[in-house]
Design a protein around this ligand. Structure first.
Ligand code: HEM
Ligand code: HEM
Length: 178
């Protein structure tokens, strides 16, 4: 298969739109558990934005698995190639797991899950305080893991752009002129 020089336009659009949305979700999540005043408004934003991220992550995963992607630089040490691939798949796993755990924990807690207006999500797990007690801290712990992975990812992207000065940043930032 001929490999392109850049990620396709759908991958690039979803990458940058979801980067903004996921950053927002991490701060909305952290804000709503410490603010009494804005808790209700932040939660009302957290649920639908999180479900939008789940849908977009599925579209992105299908695009990723079915379309060719640009290669990493041939001279990149294999440990860095491995770290890039492993961290990208970890990011995909967390983009899918975070909203699913949020949805599952509210289901297990027996809470209603309003999205917008009269639209509610159905429960995906039976009511169980024990399962809720497991999933609620898991949602918080994986949010930390997501945040740390994104910081590492951001550091790696800047390392490619400013230190190695290779083509990696442009593969996600620019289109193919040809
Ligand atoms: C990319 C998706 C998501 C991210 C990054 C995210 C992030 C977070 C973070 C950082 C917290 C605070 C955790 C803590 O301090 O323990 C949180 C809490 C929470 N999240 Fe999410 N979340 C996501 C999706 C969802 C979804 C889809 C739902 C529900 C449908 C949801 C429901 C909740 C609830 C109910 C809380 C806790 C509120 C409380 O107990 O005070 N989350 N989330
Ligand atoms: C905050 C600023 C960000 C920058 C500067 C950035 C930069 C980049 C760059 C340059 C690439 C291309 C790597 C390559 O050519 O192999 C890339 C790929 C990727 N990024 Fe980011 N990124 C950011 C945020 C995020 C966030 C928040 C996520 C998801 C949580 C994410 C997930 C991914 C994934 C999964 C890939 C692999 C390509 C794919 O399969 O879509 N990025 N990123």
């Amino acid at each position: 298969m001929i490999r392109p020089h850049h990620f396709n336009v759908l991958a690039r659009l979803l990458h940058w739109a979801m980067a903004v949305a996921i950053f927002a979700m991490l701060f909305v999540g952290a804000g709503m558990v410490v603010s009494l005043q804005y808790r209700a408004q932040l939660l009302a934003l957290h649920r639908p934005l999180g479900m939008a991220i789940l849908l977009l992550a599925i579209v992105r995963l299908v695009n990723r698995l079915t379309r060719p992607t640009p290669p990493l630089p041939a001279d990149l040490p294999s440990i860095q190639k491995f770290a890039a691939h492993a961290s990208h798949w970890l990011l995909y796993a967390l983009m899918l797991a975070m909203p699913l755990i949020g949805w599952a924990m509210l289901s297990a807690g027996g809470y209603p899950i309003p999205l917008f207006g009269a639209v509610h999500l159905p429960a995906i797990l039976p009511h169980s305080p024990v399962v809720y007690g497991f999933l609620r801290p898991l949602h918080g712990a994986l949010a930390y893991l997501l945040f740390l992975t994104i910081l590492g990812h951001l550091g790696a992207a800047l390392f490619h752009a400013w230190v190695r000065r290779d083509e990696v940043f442009g593969q996600m930032a620019k289109g193919d002129p040809r």
